[in-house]
Design a protein around this ligand. Sequence first.
Ligand code: SF4
Ligand code: SF4
Ligand code: SF4
Length: 250
Amino acid sequence: MKYLGIDSSRPRIAVFDLTGCQGCELQLANKEETLADFLNAVEVVQFREISSATTTSYDIAFIDGCVSRADEVERLQTIRERAAMVVALGSCACFGGVSRLKNDYDLDAAKREVYGTLKIDTEPVRAVDEVIHVDFKIPGCPVTKDEVERIVQHLVWDVPYHFPSYPVCLECKQRFTVCTFDTGQLCLGSITRAGCGAPCPAAGLGCWGCRGPAVEANIEEFRTMVKERDYADDEVAERLHFFGGFEEAQ
Ligand code: SF4
Ligand code: SF4
Ligand code: SF4
């Protein structure tokens, strides 16, 4: 049986890293209690964090990290030619992530200041879909392994999977977490796409929006709400800008 052009029996998966901390890949390798099942469902043919094997033949390519060098553009184009499906893994790959903050600075001046005359190949950060077509995006800094596993089940066995369209607030309330606004902390949970399980508010921190906007996020209502609570425009703008997912809302 084929689904989305891929043979449903144990697709060959390759994981590639571009610019980023590679924490999203680590999430895949980390969760020992489901790792055996994961490896039964797929054949991992290239994954630098767990194996030295390399190949030019794979069905699904997971891309971790954003694009910030010319050679990464070439790598991505080759990967796209070889893979039936490309999945952007994590916020760096989906919308640039924290690395996108680099675009706020004069790169040439920064290179001179930090590296002097040493030749450094670095360009403004782009998300993977600004360079090649992407079939699936899994946001998060890092990604949530449960969600990646459900998406792999969807790709391999056609198990229905729908990205949560609702915001983080819903998962936060399901955990009976005290709202961080009540403890004086700004939170983007009301406009951010759920799926992470709201770990940051549960730890007493406001959400920083690492998963990008929820479907139909009411940004205007959010702005009104934080204004009424006297949060400074600069603080709100910094929060919205941090992971690169809310650029269109700025
Ligand atoms: S999204 Fe976050 S965890 Fe993943 S590679 Fe980027 S910085 Fe690291
Ligand atoms: S802490 Fe954030 S995510 Fe939780 S209910 Fe309050 S605004 Fe929503
Ligand atoms: S609560 Fe917000 S910042 Fe924390 S993991 Fe979820 S989306 Fe990311």
